[in-house]
Write a protein that binds this ligand. Structure first.
Ligand code: CAA
Length: 256
């Protein structure tokens, strides 16, 4: 029996790929998905072989949002719990000590845009579409979209999307900084692999610390954030950083 109901997961040469695998429902996020993610995120944390995670969707969507057919039967307290569960899973993703890349192959709407935003870097196919359509349903985002979107693209751009429910093209998402790179659809996974390989060739501890200091720092004041940076900078000496510097001076490849 498959371990997961809603996702496929494989690891090759340190690169893990999580594929949302409910194309018939455009990979809409339901409680089964969060259950799968809770298990998978614990597995990944304990698997020292995995150096980077890529998330993508099967079919024409990355994710078309939270599962409306599941949400429609919820009462106030079930809905609040569902929102807290989704937020917690996305926060665990953000806190993984390996980088996470969203390979956005198609629709990234509502909870799908929120999932992409919980990843560290977003690469999109020119076919991708982004948006927060919740307001058209009389809802608001429930997986931290009201918080991550303004932090990523500024409050004006964020409210423009959140209040209108507009779907924007990959080009527009790139222009406003929601997406870091655009590719032709057939090149998406090659480009994402290339990026993943580049990142995992760097100092592994530095990669992990850059991710955590950047995310944590956004929630601290500048003085405390820079103090944290200095502490982590220091910890790389007599360690991976010293090896990297020596390798540079000795004109050889570092041995991490
Ligand atoms: N939840 C449940 N089912 C969904 C879904 C969703 N979010 N999005 C699509 N589906 C289902 C459709 O109901 C349809 O199922 P059936 O074949 O059984 O009818 C199937 O996926 C295919 O979808 P469409 O036929 O609608 O495909 P399309 O190409 O015509 O349209 C689309 C694509 C524009 C993305 C359209 O499906 C759509 O608008 N989906 C809903 C988008 C949305 O509103 N997302 C926000 C959800 S709320 C949320 O995410 C809240 C939160 O933050 C917690």
């Amino acid at each position: 029996m498959d371990k997961f109901k809603t996702i496929k997961y494989e690891v090759r040469n340190g690169i893990a790929i999580l594929t949302l695998n409910r194309p018939e429902a455009l990979n809409a996020l339901n409680n089964d998905f969060f259950q799968d993610m809770e298990v998978l995120l614990s597995d990944i944390r304990n698997d020292k072989e995995v150096r980077i995670l890529i998330i993508t969707g099967k079919g024409k969507a990355f994710v078309a949002g939270a599962d409306i057919s599941e949400m429609v039967g919820m009462d106030k307290s079930m809905a609040e719990k569902f929102s807290r569960r989704g937020q917690a899973v996305f926060l665990r993703l953000e806190k993984l000590d390996i980088p996470v890349i969203a390979a956005v192959n198609g629709y990234a709407l509502g909870g799908g845009c929120e999932l992409a935003m919980a990843c560290d870097i977003r690469i999109a196919s020119s076919k991708a579409k982004f948006g927060q359509p919740e307001v058209s349903l009389g809802l608001i985002p429930g997986f931290a979209g009201t918080q991550r979107l303004p932090r990523l693209i500024g409050i004006g751009n964020a409210l423009n999307l959140l209040l209108t429910a507009d779907q924007i093209s990959a080009d527009e998402a790139f222009r406003i900084g929601l997406v870091q790179k655009l590719t032709e659809p057939e090149q998406l996974m090659d480009e994402v692999y290339k990026l993943a390989e580049k990142i995992i060739s760097k100092g592994p501890r530095a990669v992990s610390v850059i991710k955590s200091v950047s995310h944590i720092g956004l929630r601290l004041d500048f003085a405390n954030a820079t103090k944290l940076e200095s502490r982590e900078f220091g910890l790389l000496f007599g360690n991976e950083g010293t090896e990297g510097m020596k390798a540079f001076l000795e004109k050889r490849k570092p041995e991490w």
